[in-house]
Each structure stands twice: as structure tokens, then as C-alpha cells.
Write a protein that binds this ligand. Sequence first.
Ligand code: BGC
Length: 858
Amino acid sequence: MDLEKALAELTLDEKAHLTAGADMWSTHAIARLDLPSIRVTDGPNGARGSSLLGVGDATAVCVPCGSALGATWNPSLIERIGVMLGQEARTKACRVLLAPTINLHRSPLGGRNFECYSEDPLLSGKIAAGFVRGVQSEGVATTAKHFVANDAEHERNTIDSVVDARTLREIYLVPFELAVKEGGTLGIMTAYNRLNGTFCSEDAWLLTRVLRDEWGFEGFVLTDWFSVGSTLDSARAGLDLQMPGPGRFFGAALAEAVRAGELDESIVTDQVARMLGVWKRLGALDDAIDSVRGSRQEQAERSIDLPTHRELAREVATDSMVLLKNEELLPLATAGLRRIALIGPNADRCHIMGGGSATLRAHYEVTPLEALRKRLGETVEITHERGCWTEKSVPPLHADSLMKPDASTGLEIAFFGNVDWQGEPVHLGSNRNGQILFFGPPGEGVPQDFSFRAVGTFTPTESGVHTFTLIQAGLARVQIDGDIVLDGIESPPGPGSAFFGMGSREIEAAVELLAGRPVELSIDFTCGSARLLRGVVVGHRPPLPEDMMQRAVAAAAAADVAVLVVGTNGDWETEGRDRESMQLPGEQDELIRRVCAANPRSVVCVNTGSPVAMDWCDQAAAILQIWFGGQEMADALVDVLLGSAEPGGRLPTTLPLREEHNPAFGNFAGENSELRYGEGLLVGYRWYSTRELPVRFPFGHGLSYSTFEIGIPRLSADAYCGDPISVAVPVTNTGLRRGCEVVQCYVAPKHPSLFRPSFELRAFAKLWLDPGETSDATFELGPRAFAHWDPADPGYELVRARLFAMAAMGPGAGSARRPEQGWYIDAGSYELRVGRSSADISHICVVSVPEEIGPIGA
Ligand code: BGC
């Protein structure tokens, strides 16, 4: 397809048409010119296709969450993950993957921290660049998101992130800069929030000056979903595509603005040229015929569960697990092992991803309990106790307890073409569990306004008082054996925080049931005023034994080893809501303390996306951070526990001793519509180290099952004069097993002209070595390893004139001010601190900079 020709032939209305989505997940086609509709998919831990929140039939590979990928410190592995996700996106007929999420872990409480890689911009950016290269090698564009300073969820659609210029340049913009310059991302998604008073989707400084003029970005910029709120400002700022459709501010509105003489047509032409340019680079214009007129088959979403994808998901899960502490307990010696107590609320659950738009239906799910039993069940007795209840909202009725009238698992659903269950159903369907949600019409022939009745039996496994709950998007009631137990039609609950605020508050009812005796369950739903998302979550909590904790403690005491799997889930860590505390939910802290006291051979596996308080740290013999580890998490956990895999991860984010110590404390999660980045440059370890605050586990920390010696670094030069310095660090595996070491290089300026963090990560390399093997970790230190951004003070000369006017006061104290902003390298000496974590430095070398260098452009 000839792009120039197509652009010249497009009418103004057609061009404007292309600037807004056609529906939730695709752009418009222009059939007249064979221009295809392009489909997009979230992102970032899989390519889920057009379903949302785990709804729908299509399944997808689920890789570990962002913080886990960050913990690999392994951009080349993440590039392979990118290739896999690019392939997955194609199976969903998509040419754009809405990923990676590269905001930073500014506060440990950020609701979407699990999606983001790290607190450090370099680590985030290098991982992002690998991810982007991989995905895009499969003809799928990435949209690095959310540009920028979207590091919290509180009032996310309107909050104003107030960030100083230097902090933006040195910290928050860096991952995006690397995604553009080193990854070559073809897309950027703007953030919902404002940045210093201007909405990111209409910030010309951000989208044009920095992104395009300075970084040379040639791709397209799209909004986050529903976020754009202006036509002229956004178009002039450099935004190209409003998603989802139908367009309100873009689309026809742009053509009207051109006709009204408010906007130059060249702006619309540029928007379209940028998008078509990307589709062309992807090869997507060549499948125009398929996409515009293609058969249903070619457009259908496919779920392809490949063994090679399973293996890669497993490899990355083990490579992300961080062994925080190990008092000679791991790997578990299986010889003589008779009984393992597997304890904790997450041990028999699959908490493998965080909540929100990242949620998908994984190809399969395995619980830690199932994985351990499969591996050791024949030789070792595995007892299991949950110990306590931790769910934030009650989980949906489980498939195993539901039976349809035809005796298969789940619920049978009859859909009516009216809002009050009248007449014959217009469509029949089914659902596997108590979460029955629809984006758009639920089936063929079902109109926009519909009602449904879902029926089946529910068979409890315990006798006693069961709790049933209801969250509705629309209006619903639940009947058990003909009695209305939950009535959201007569007394609708107010709005809640579920489903990005589209769901109601959760209501609950207690019902006495007998174990093994089935009851008839019926759920009536009608749309009411709900539009985008419609349906219900009917939850169930069995009677909870009062002695849950005692049973867990007794099981631990009677076992050779206790394995605790504790943590949060996608309800506690989710898009749309920040966490309220670093504390593990429920009584898990108490459970861990008591289990560790009952059995000194206890390992605590922490199944979360972000840091949690570990006040019990001293009591546990071993601690393993396993994150939300994707579809292979449980088997990868067993690999690591038993030593068939190395725990390859290192902390991508500091685990603070106390929540109150964290850098954002006091400036999180914002007040009066403003989120002040008051800690400035001192994000993460920059804060703890510069302020000399103790931490629970430092940034970069993680133990191996082997031991390593980091030798003396060899530098290609001991002065930096503009050419990169090459560094080679010999590393020897001094242990008895193959394992990995991550060599980290932090740079500490000794004579900074402006305030600087005490040291910053400037390079890293991960090595896998056999016992006795030595190899070099190598990296280069270029200008940015030494530079800082100086916002300068171009107006100072005017101010200075006043000082001279006040003769008695002299020229005033103070240092030289640079008249021009940019990256500068101060003259003086710099320490290269080379080690295995930010707090474990093996060698310090000194590099000098004889003369100031700068400004070095952007
Ligand atoms: C999220 C984006 C996501 C989009 C589409 C938004 O709510 O912030 O990250 O890509 O929805 O699901």
C-alpha cells in the first residue's frame, strides 16, 4: 500500500474518522481505500483480547506481573517474553498491545505497582526496552503507558501530579525515554492525570517537545481509555487517537473544527500519517484485505496454549522469585522429608495477577497446593490449612459447587429481550461461576436492554452459616430454594469501588445450609441504568471454623517443614484504588508468627505485587517473594522450594522497615486534587540511602542457592571525557551449584554542583555460572551515567541586576547558575560502587571528569 497516495486520497472526514476508535478495542476501517481496522488489546501481563476483567471465553498466556518482570533484572529474557506476547496478540487478531506499564513504584501503596517494573528508572527502562523490542518483532506495536507521573490511583482521572522539572527528567521520564530510544516503541499511551496543571493528553510540552522533538519519537500517541476531554488542545498538543470509540472529542469533532477554521487540516493529516505509518511498519496495511473484508475465522480470537509458552512462563517466574532470607532451609532437602504443612490463605488459591485492566483468563490455573501435591504427594504427606480469611470482597461462587439443570458444572442462563423476564428467552447461555458480567450485548439477538435469569444448584461442602454476597452493575436479586436472600432490585445498594466504580457496594446475607444437600439457586438480573458493564458477582464464603489459626499452628508443629503462602490478591492490589496499608490483610502477620514459633523450619512465600510489612522477618527461617507469578507461578514455586530452579530475582524496589519511612509518606495519595512529588529525586533507595534510613531489605537484594565472588572491576579509562567507559567485572561461582548473580553498578558524584542522591544505579548485568566458573559482567558507562539535568535559571540575569542596584548587599551569595537547561556533567570525581545490591558493595573505583561537560542536548 502506498501511504502517500492513501493520505492524499483520504477526505477530511475520513481522516477525522481515523482519529477515534470504532468501538472499545478497534479503530475504524476505510473500506474504500482498503485501510484496515486495527485491534488493540491489554496488556501488560498477557494479550487477553476483547474480554475485560477475566470475562469471556478467550484464554491467554498469563506471565508474571510487572514487579516480577522487574525483579528478573534480565532485559533479554523479557525480550523473549515480549516475543511471546506479540505472538499472543496476533492470536487475538490484534496489532497493538497496550503495554508495558512503566510508571514507577513511588509509594509502596500505589495500587498499580504490581503492573510497574521498579522504583528505579534505569531498571524500568531497560526492562521496558527489552519488552518493546520483543513484542514489536512480531508485528505488534507497544504503547508504553501511562505518560507520565501516573504513579497512584487516587482520583486518577483528575489528580494533578506536581513534579519539578529536574525530577521529571531524571526519574519519571526516563523509562519512557528508554522505551523510545532503546526499545523503539511505536506507541505511547497518555496518562489520565494532569501534570503540573495540564492534562497529559493535551500537554504539548510532553507530547511534542519532549517526546517527538527531543527524543525523536515517530509513532502514535493514544489516550488512556475515556481520558481525553478536549478537541483543539489535545490535537494541537500532539495526541493522535482517542480511545475507545465512538469519538466524542476526536473523530467528526476534528473535521468540524477544521471547517470552522479553528484547526489547521495539516494537524489531522499528521495524526493520520503517524498512525498509518505505524500500521505500515507493522505490516498491518498489507493485511488490509483480511481485516476489512476478511472472513470471520481470520478475525476470531484464538486461544493457543503452546508448550514453549508454558516453559517460558515458568522460566520467567523462577527468574523473578527473590530469596530474601535463608537460614539454611532452602532448597528443601527431600531425603527423609515425611510431612509438609502448607499453610496460608493463598496456598489453595491462584493469585497470579493483579486487578483491573490487566486481568485476563489464563490458559490454566494451578494452586500451590495442587503443584506441591503433584510433585511430592506420592512420597510426602501434605497437609493444608488456610489459617485465616483475607478476602477484601467475597470471591464469586466457585464452579465446583455449581451444577446446571443438565448436570454439568456452572449456571444456565436464559436471556430475555426485555427488562422484566417476559416471554420466551431470546438467547441461552451459561457461566462457569458466580461472576456473570458483560461488556456489550451478551449474545446474538439480545438487545441493548435485556434481563437474564441464571439457575443451577449449589452444593455446600460444610454445614453451618454460609455467607452469600452480591455486587451488581444493573439490578439483581438472588434466591435460594425460592426465598429471596439478596435483593438489589427492591433496595439497590449504593455505588462501590468494584469494576472501576461501575459496580455497586457489596451486600451480604447469611444462610444456614447442610453439607452435601444441594439448594436451588436463581439469579435475576435486569439492566437498569447500567450501560457499559452489566451483570453481577454473587459471592460465597463458607462457614469459617473458629479455630482456623489453631489448626494451622497444630499442622505446622506436626510437620517437618511449614510452607506458608501468604499475601494479597487482585482485589487488594488493583487498578483504580491504592492500598491503604503495607500490612498483610487479615490476621496473616499473627498466623506467620505463630506458625514460625511452632516450627522453626518455616518458609514464608509472599504472594504480592508490592512490598508488605514483614515485622515477623526475624522469626522466619526463609522468606521468598514470589509476586503475582503468572500461570506457572505454583509450579515455579515448587521448583524453587525443591531446588530444581534457582531463585533468580533481585528486589526491583526497596522493602522499607516501616511504611512511615517511605519517600512519598505525607505526600500520598494527594489532597485537594493535587499529588505533590515532595521527595523530588529521592525515590526508592535514593531516599533511604541519602537519608541513611534503615530498610527491611535493600533495593537489588536477593540471595542465590550458590555463592559468588565479585572480582576487581577493570575500566577502559579512569577519566570520563565524552567517550563511554567500558567496565568488566569478573565474577566467580564459588559454590557447588549453578546459579546467577546480578552485578550492579551505582555511581556516586563526589562534587556535585546541585543536590544529588548519594548514589544511583547506572548499569547492571546478570550472569549465570556453573560451579567454579568465572566470567566477566560487562557494561558501558556513557554520559548519562554521570550527568544530571539542570533546569537552569535563564531569567537570573534580570534578577541579578536588582542585586547590583542594592549596592550595599553585594552580588549575593550563591553559585554559578547555568543560563541554559540541559544535561550537564560536573567536573570532579565519581565513585563507581560495584556490588550485589545497593547496600552490599564489593568494590569502589574512582573516575574523574577533568572538565565540565554540557549541556548535552536532551
Ligand atoms: C487503563 C489502561 C488500559 C485501558 C484499557 C485503562 O483503565 O488505565 O492501562 O490499557 O484501561 O483497558
